[in-house]
Design a protein around this ligand. Structure first.
Ligand SMILES: *Cc1c(COP(=O)(O)O)cnc(C)c1O
Length: 463
């Protein structure tokens, strides 16, 4: 028998197999047309049962593992001091190294509590980029939310490996000119509003040094901390030999506290936390928690949720999972890039972003090119994406025209452990098909809109 070369597969396989199946809705083109009509062109108003591949968000849409489901069955629903809380507390504390672990029903509840305590008029919260609910909670407290991401983070075509990095020089200047007015610095990992781009460990260490110099605490907005740790392992010099867990623990160790939406890297359908070391601040936050969320050992969650989240937080650092996760996002990005589809570069962790202005150069930003691409993907293939551009961040001017946002993107967010490679091949094929026929797509106008957060409910008509 002659030896054959060692099998070194190029295919990155899903590191799980399917145990429970959920039928995939396959509406016909006529049914999709009808659904679009009923929704007035707003994909938030389309029922999920009319969507074949739902890439609207990666938040709360993960598939749970058998161990998470088992933890659900073991959930302790005692009002106070439930066993499930102590499992949750142990896992969160082991990862973050923080003394106080406060569960919340989702990320924005932790934001409201923290900024309700440390925010207020005259204060400023600098960050790389504030996520939209974070910004809204900072501003609702009366404080100012300031974005200080590096310039490459704002350039859709820059291939910088850590486009989520904080501009450390600008941060130092900001802390100097706002002495006494900054209760904390926030670093979002990965930088969601900047395209899911990571922050390097090197950058986080520099931010820590600047915070120390000015005596200001550092907090993380850690919704996608595991994806960020994996990017550091891949791209940050000298980090290749360390485990994702070691890197994640160092990231949290650099901070004085953290907030997390566990609907992302917690593999939860609901949940979040706030962690910190400061005793006095923790006491105030717990009092605020009791007022609106619930007692300190459940914070708006069922015992079974806490149990499943504790398991999820351990599973997400499995390196076979992280390698697959980042490779599968990259897979979609690579195939679209090779076909000449204009994309935000480089591939992020949780989503692929189409650059709608370059996708539809004949549709001016005021005519909502992102909405047009998003509607076409649904009409042609039943794929639901989300416009992140003029609909979300622009506004209607006095003459009825649109003030465009900085960019017009269409986000294809990839739920965790939900879709297979053939689903992604279908998505790639659909995007390439729509791109090939882009000249046939026209612009849209908004026919009705509410005063705030219009993208959720406004109505559209083709021009
Ligand atoms: C999702 C998210 C939040 C808000 O969390 P919710 O659980 O949706 O309330 C905050 N920050 C970042 C970076 C997020 O991605």
């Amino acid at each position: 028998m002659s030896a054959i070369p060692v099998f070194a597969p190029q295919t990155v396989i899903e590191p799980f197999r399917v145990k429970v199946v959920e039928p995939l809705p396959l509406p016909s083109r006529a049914e999709r047309e009808r659904a679009l009509e009923l929704a007035h062109g707003n994909l938030f108003n389309v029922r999920a049962q009319d969507v074949t591949i739902d890439l609207m968000t990666d938040s709360g849409t993960s598939a749970m593992s058998q161990e998470q489901w088992a933890a659900m069955m073991r959930g302790d629903e005692s009002y106070a001091g439930a066993r499930s809380f102590f499992e949750f507390e142990r896992v969160v504390r082991e990862l973050t190294g923080k003394k106080h672990v406060i569960p919340t029903h989702q990320g924005r509840a932790a934001e409201r509590i923290l900024f309700g305590v440390v925010g207020g008029a005259g204060r400023s919260i600098p960050a790389n980029t504030h996520f939209d609910t974070t910004r809204a909670n900072v501003e609702a407290s009366g404080a100012e939310a300031v974005d200080l991401v590096i310039p490459e983070g704002l350039d859709p075509e820059s291939e910088h490996p850590f486009k989520g990095n904080v501009d450390v020089a600008r941060l130092a200047t900001f802390l100097e000119t706002h002495a006494g007015k900054v209760p904390l610095v926030l670093v979002t990992i990965t930088n969601n509003s900047g395209g899911g781009q990571p922050v390097s460990l090197t950058n986080m260490r520099e931010v820590r040094r600047v915070c120390d110099r000015f005596g200001v605490p550092l907090f993380l907005d850690a919704a996608r901390f595991a994806e960020n740790a994996w990017f550091i392992k891949q791209r940050d010099p000298g980090q290749q030999e360390r485990s994702a867990r070691e890197i994640a623990r160092e990231m949290f160790g650099l901070a004085d506290g953290a907030l997390m939406s566990m609907k992302k890297d917690g593999f939860g359908n609901m949940g979040g936390f706030l962690v910190l070391n400061d005793d006095a601040l923790a006491l105030e936050c717990r009092n605020a928690l009791i007022l609106t969320e619930g007692f300190t050992t459940y914070g708006g969650l069922a015992g079974r949720d806490l149990g499943a989240l504790a398991v999820g937080l351990e599973e997400v650092l499995d390196e076979r999972y992280l390698a697959y996760r980042i490779a599968s996002t990259r897979y979609v990005w690579d195939h679209l890039r090779a076909a000449g589809v204009p994309l935000l570069a480089p591939a992020g962790g949780h989503a692929v972003y189409l650059d709608a202005r370059r996708f539809l150069p004949h549709v001016p930003p005021a005519e909502l090119p992102g909405q047009s691409v998003s509607i076409a993907l649904y009409r042609e293939a039943g794929i639901r994406s989300v416009e992140i551009g003029t609909v979300m961040f622009g506004h209607t001017l006095a003459d009825g025209t649109q003030q465009p946002a900085a960019l017009d993107l269409v986000r294809l967010a990839i739920p965790r452990r939900v879709y297979t490679q053939s689903h992604m091949d279908y998505v790639v094929e659909a995007v390439i098909h729509v791109h090939a026929h882009r000249e046939a797509l026209g612009g849209y106008r908004i026919t009705e809109e509410p005063a705030r957060l219009r993208h959720f409910t406004c109505a559209f008509a083709p021009l």
